[in-house]
Design a protein around this ligand. Structure first.
Ligand code: NAD
Ligand code: MG
Length: 402
């Protein structure tokens, strides 16, 4: 039994030791801002090495002025002048463009938070991995489109991936890496999203505003739409396959509308271990920032008496075909997950822009999986090529439905 003293230690701020340096790739996004919120609460525990954003220069400059990273990078090169002007006289180095984001990832930070959205995060995340960094991985699309390459590089460079996705953080916390044979299967929970009980007709008419309204989590637009289609859970099955080395048929999905049990690991002796908490990304982010220790996070304390009941149901792959497509892509292997991911990114953007309907997202992905040849997907160049081919086919499909 843990003693009272040990419990208190676990809840306290990080002990006084040298501050940990952190680079946040995608600091202006939802995960990025949550990471900053945690760092801001314990300024003595962290130093900022680099912050990167895509084009929200105002927010990036505000974060930089407050937290004083060595460098601030805007990925959109057209915004260089604006960032330079906003940080003039601050002493903070300024850079712009995709290459500068990769260079930011290569800088010697103790921890890199990979929180760019989409395949755009692949090169910077890979750059951090290749210098053997400890990477807090939120950017699941990098593992979906280049899982084998990424995991090989993790092993080769002795990098560490700490999952930030709440489900994978949960599994990581209860997974016996030393006794993999004892793991029977893992169970990812899914909230079911805003359309858990909706009919296909309702979903067919859904607007972007309705689809981004997640019942439990506040997140960026892309992942919110992915949650509504349940493609997010499909991407997470692929992510889990790479992180935990289990085949597709030993990764289960359960719909759990309360989002309290963040995921579970079932062992061969019948034991099932789970991690629970309020749905607040600051808990898994804090875990990745403080690992192997723990740090305080301001997430609401879990009150099971108030919650009273937890519910679980099987996912419906008929109403949510994206989940079936992601499983099929994982089973097909080679470049199929990369094709799935790229097509989904294009289709989600088209839906957000009002160019296709909600149900068209999975249709576009399905056609791309059928039509794009994914046999060559070993090298980074092949993955980029496949990503481009799938995006072109998806754009054609969007055009034909617009
Ligand atoms: P977001 O859209 O809020 O933020 C994305 C960040 O990436 C922003 O800083 C943006 O400027 C940057 N970015 C976008 N395109 C870029 C490009 N081409 N080059 C460089 N930077 C670019 O997204 P988010 O919700 O914070 O999600 C980030 C990642 O974390 C995604 O992979 C998502 O699936 C994953 N994730 C998010 C949550 C969440 O709570 N938001 C939970 C679990 C996993
Ligand atoms: Mg998740």
């Amino acid at each position: 039994m843990p003693t009272r003293a040990r419990r208190d230690t676990a809840l306290r701020a990080l002990p006084k030791e040298a501050p940990r340096s952190v680079t946040i790739l995608g600091s202006t996004g939802s995960v990025g801002c949550n990471t900053i919120d945690l760092i801001r609460r314990q300024p003595e525990a962290f130093l900022l090495e680099a912050l990167t954003g895509f084009d929200n220069v105002e927010l990036l400059a505000k974060q930089a002025i407050e937290l004083r990273p060595k460098v601030a990078v805007v990925a959109n090169p057209d915004r260089y002048g604006a960032l330079k002007a906003a940080l003039s006289g601050s002493g903070i180095e300024v850079a712009a463009g995709p290459e500068a984001v990769v260079e930011a990832a290569e800088r010697p930070a103790d921890r890199v938070m990979a929180s760019i959205v989409g395949a755009a995060g692949l090169r910077p995340t890979l750059a951090a991995v290749r210098r053997g960094a400890i990477v807090g991985l939120a950017n699941k699309e990098t593992l979906v489109c280049a899982g084998h390459l990424m995991m090989n590089e993790v092993r080769r460079h002795e990098a560490t991936l700490l999952p930030v996705d709440s489900e994978h953080s949960a599994i990581f916390q209860v997974f016996e890496f030393e006794r993999r044979d004892a793991v029977d299967r893992i169970i990812l929970t899914a909230s079911g999203g805003p359309f858990r009980k909706a009919t296909a007709e309702t979903m067919g008419r859904a607007t972007p505003a309705e689809a981004v309204k997640h019942p439990n989590w506040s997140m960026g637009a892309k992942i919110s739409i992915d949650s509504a289609t349940m493609m997010n859970k499909g991407l997470e099955v692929i992510e889990a396959h790479h992180l935990f080395g289990l085949p597709e048929d030993r990764i289960e999905v359960l719909v759990h509308p309360e989002s309290v049990v963040h995921s579970l690991v079932a062992y061969v002796d019948g034991s099932v271990l789970a991690q629970l908490g309020s749905p607040d990304m600051r808990t898994p982010i804090a875990y990745a920032l403080a690992w192997p220790k723990r740090m305080a996070a301001p997430a609401e304390r879990l009150d099971l008496v108030r919650i009273a009941a937890l519910h679980f149901e099987a996912p419906d792959e008929i109403r949510f075909p994206a989940l079936r497509l992601a499983r099929a892509a994982l089973k097909a292997g080679q470049g199929a997950p990369c094709i799935l991911n790229a097509a989904n990114e294009v289709a989600v953007q088209a839906f957000l822009d009002g160019r296709i309907g909600f149900l068209d997202i999975a249709r576009v992905v399905e056609v791309c999986l059928d039509r794009v040849n994914g046999t060559a997907a070993g090298s980074l160049e092949e993955i980029h090529g496949l990503d481009r081919s799938s995006r072109s086919e998806a754009a054609r499909q969007v055009q034909s439905r617009a």
